[in-house]
Design a protein around this ligand. Structure first.
Ligand code: AMP
Ligand code: MG
Length: 316
């Protein structure tokens, strides 16, 4: 089997617990270093855009109100970053092909934001060029009756990426500590436990060769107002308008608190959260694209070895 060296080598017997624990720790640490791609793939630090500054370090809690959603690092206009965005998209496409061919590991990208925060736009502009065979987008809505009769992670786990694939979660298991918390859909004792359960879930995915990376697209309340207004004004955006968004907007502060807790409790070294300034859509796209390109490069997916003896084959 060509690519076994990429797989964590965790002993299968429980007879030697400390050996198992050590192997798990090593596998987790190895992934954690891949998830800090600037350490391996960037020659001049900081990279531009400087995405590592947006990664939330475990034990270093963030305060959303202190992070500027307008930040764009001196980039001025969309047209100035178009070429750079295209370059990052190309990198993602090339690396996706390798990941798909390698057929050993996969990448789960979680996108979360306030309503109008730009999840759909990010999917369109960053992932638009990916080979559809190697990529799936899952959008999670209010759970169905069937879904809510299972444990809360069940519907998400089913959609975790197969080997070689990139999956994008447009909303995710985090909704179960966001809308569920804010709208009091379950008691506090229930959602409080979930941060820990989410970390365990993501750790399990990690040890099964699924890399997990999470983006919070950070917009301001004013920017949400502008975006809702433009959905009202522009007939081609009417379909995006939901009067429910107006109701949810009243809970802005509660949502910000819930996001802060989710991000602070669940940004781990192996499955980091990034808080991306997202008032400027083009800067948001550039940051997400660069972060994913570098993370994929740091995973270093390899084409599998060719069959032996290809050089002597003659096609008649
Ligand atoms: P949209 O993404 O605009 O189509 O909206 C999807 C809706 O589904 C949002 O209002 C979410 O809050 C809601 N939703 C997503 N996941 C859950 C969940 N686990 N529990 C309750 N509501 C959810
Ligand atoms: Mg919506």
């Amino acid at each position: 089997m060509g690519m076994q060296s990429n797989l964590p080598n965790i002993p299968t017997t429980t007879s030697n617990t400390s050996e198992v624990k050590q192997a798990v720790t090593k596998a987790t640490t190895d992934v954690a270093s891949e998830m800090q791609p600037e350490k391996t793939v960037v020659d001049k630090l900081p990279p531009k855009p400087d995405y590592p500054r947006y990664r939330v370090r475990p034990e270093h809690p963030i305060i959303l109100a202190a992070l500027d959603p307008n930040e764009c690092e001196g980039y001025e206009k969309k047209k100035h970053v178009e070429e750079e965005l295209e370059y990052q998209r190309q990198r993602i496409q090339n690396l996706q092909e390798r990941l798909y061919a390698e057929h050993q590991r996969s990448l789960l990208i979680v996108l979360q934001a306030m309503d109008t925060g730009g999840k759909d736009g990010t999917i369109k502009h960053v992932f638009g060029g990916l080979n559809p065979q190697g990529c799936q987008v899952w959008s999670f809505k209010k759970p169905s009756e069937d879904e809510s009769s299972h444990d809360f992670l069940w519907r998400y786990h089913q959609r975790a990426p197969q080997r070689g694939m990139i999956s994008i979660f447009n909303r995710s298991h985090y909704e179960d500590v966001l809308v569920v918390r804010v709208k009091e859909l379950v008691p506090k004792e229930v959602w409080q436990e979930r941060y820990h359960l989410i970390n365990e879930f993501e750790h399990m995915l990690t040890l099964n060769n699924i890399r997990v990376i999470k983006f919070f697209l950070h917009i301001s309340k004013d920017e949400q107002k502008r975006r809702l207004e433009s959905r009202l004004e522009d007939p081609t955006k009417h379909w995006k308008f939901s009067s429910n968004d107006i109701k949810e907007r009243k809970y802005w502060d509660d949502y910000q608190t819930a996001f802060e807790d989710a991000i602070n409790n669940c940004s781990t070294a192996y499955a980091p959260w990034y808080v991306v300034p997202a008032n400027k859509k083009w800067y948001r796209n550039l940051v997400v694209a660069r972060t994913i390109a570098d993370t994929l490069e740091s995973m270093n997916p390899q084409f599998p070895p060719a069959e032996v003896g290809l050089e002597s084959i003659v096609i008649d």
